[in-house]
Design a protein around this ligand. Structure first.
Ligand code: IPE
Length: 260
């Protein structure tokens, strides 16, 4: 089984509110179908969730009751994006079953507290492709907070021990330094998670409520520590995701998992 996280920046335009990229999602769904594996799919919120989440400071917890409407509104926006995405996946022959995190998990000060894996297991056993997404969730310590798609990838990878976790993003992968400001920046084809260091982390153009690239790299390290490989691939180029799923050569960064 393979876990695929479709980053919000790959499927929406984070600079423009509610800009959903149908063509890209349809192509990615087609590649996922064609590669013909067992999957759990996760998608980010991109321009759908982050604005309201930030406006109501949801990730700081429930501090005043005016935030409650913001929590509900943010949930609506990520659900709307999820409905669009599941519709496209179904039209492309992927038998997705949507599982909203807010209904199946709780956090404790942003850390996983409880998670209903059974619903994912049952969906997989019955031949569905479970699809879940970055969402607002209840939080034992701070009232509520946000569960990013990256954190979901970490939680699900730890439980299901997939063959690999693929992060579909809007960049080619990791570089030795910021390619936008450093002409000598070199693309990294593969590395061990222990070699990640601080590379490529200052490149976020639109840092978001769930930590952007820094958060993603932290999650990748945690997944790799469990011995699971992670791959970063650009979703905006045809067939790269398909090739990564099948382990065929393509432009992408492979981060090798290793047990300590
Ligand atoms: C964020 O999800 C969820 C909300 C803001 C409610 P992600 O953190 O997974 O979204 P992207 O991939 O960064 O857009």
């Amino acid at each position: 089984m393979i876990i695929i996280k479709l980053g919000g920046s790959a499927i929406t335009d984070k600079g423009e509110s509610y800009s959903f990229n149908k063509e890209i999602v349809a192509r990615l769904a087609g590649e996922i179908k064609r590669a013909n594996k067992k999957y759990i799919i996760i998608h980010g919120a991109g321009s759908f969730g982050h604005v309201t989440a930030e406006q109501f400071m949801l990730n700081e917890g429930l501090k005043d009751e005016n935030q409650i409407i913001g929590f509900s509104l943010t949930h609506v926006t990520v659900r709307l994006l999820n409905l669009e995405i599941i519709d496209i996946f179904l039209k492309n022959g992927v038998r997705v079953f949507s599982i909203p995190p807010s209904s199946v998990m709780r956090l404790n000060d942003h850390q996983p507290l409880s998670f209903n894996y059974e619903i994912f297991e049952e969906a997989l056993d019955k031949g569905f492709t479970p699809i879940t997404f970055g969402d607002v969730v209840f939080d034992e310590k701070i009232g509520f907070s946000i569960c990013s798609g990256d954190l979901l990838a970490e939680i699900l990878a730890a439980h299901f021990k997939p063959e690999k976790v693929i992060f579909v993003i809007d960049e080619d992968g990791l570089y030795t330094s910021n390619p936008k400001i450093d002409k000598n920046a070199r693309f990294i084809k593969s590395l061990k998670y222990s070699e990640i260091g601080e590379i490529g982390l200052e490149r976020d153009e639109h840092p978001d409520v769930t930590g952007g690239m820094q958060g993603k790299v932290n999650v990748i390290k945690k997944i790799c520590q469990k011995g699971i490989d992670c791959v970063l691939v650009n979703g905006r180029h045809e067939n790269r995701l398909y090739n990564v799923i099948l382990g065929e050569p393509t432009k992408a960064t492979m981060v090798y998992g290793e047990k300590k």
